[in-house]
Design a protein around this ligand. Sequence first.
Ligand code: IPM
Ligand code: MN
Length: 353
Amino acid sequence: MSYKIAVLPGDGIGPEVMKSALDVLAVVEEKFSFKLELEEGLIGGCAYDATGDPLPEATEKLCLGADAVLLGSIGGPKWDNLPPEKTPELGGLLALRKKLKLYANLRPAVIYEELKAMSPLSEKVLREKVDLLTVRELAHGIYFGEPKELTDDMGLDTMVYTKEQVVRIARQGFEAAQRRSKKLCSVDKANVLSSSKLWRKVVIELAKDYPDVELTHMYVDNAAMQLMLNPLQFDVIVTSNLFGDILSDESAAICGSLGMLPSASLGEKISLFEPSGGSAPDIAGKGIANPIAQILSLAMMLEISFELNDAAAAIRRAVDACVTGGIRTGDIIEPGMKAVSTDEMTKEIISRI
Ligand code: IPM
Ligand code: MN
């Protein structure tokens, strides 16, 4: 059976790092005897330039007809001043998330022993390898709640969660914890927000189904602080859309470079995989971007959407071997090291698969 992948390179460094991921894909396809059907589409600023729409109908159709979506990145200063519905962020990525009904965003943050020097946190705090996962609710909350309004002198957003929505994302959190070290921290603002009071109540009720998982709760302001003071206390964090947006960037920052971190956004049928970082317009087109986040997003896709676990594991091992073996792009070099290009990093990874 052949699976179809919608490949959306997008803007900025997207096309460069996507090329790396597809080169890696070709190698694992050969080695593990499978073949995915790829079809490219436009999204974001490049789609707006070509069609006037950051999510053209053809792309929407392509994605809805695919088994998974592999995305590069979207956006850049060129498109910042467009009307909201035309921006790459709102009209492109958020619109696609909505169409695909992507409801759970998994963002791992891992900091290798060898890359500790990249982290803004001290060695004292990073006693062990940091390896945490943010499970962010992606389809509801303040991003989409109604009413939503903007006039010249008033802006309105609504944070709303229903029990059903919380149950669905909380289950993802509990299940992720079961696959990992069985610790789940639910982050909310239940001392102030009604939507958070419901969130906490629902998560506590659901915990009965997961007696093997140790559940804790934290207010989001404290969680932001605890991530800096002692990230090692966390394994899986489950939280709402906006809080997860913020905390996942913070946990990414702990790792030193966004160029290393993949993400998965789960839908009911079709899931989407993309780097956690952005389009990095400052280095776009220079051939120096770190392709690892895109390559690890591919690995997440192979594993989560297609259960091609051996191929995913081979990619991860090759990436680990490069990083620990001192092959570094500019974002992760230390003084005295020479940075490799996007292509060189890709070749090094491929040679280790
Ligand atoms: C992210 C981004 C998006 C978000 C933006 C680009 C709409 O920051 O994927 O985290 O806020 O979800
Ligand atoms: Mn974000």
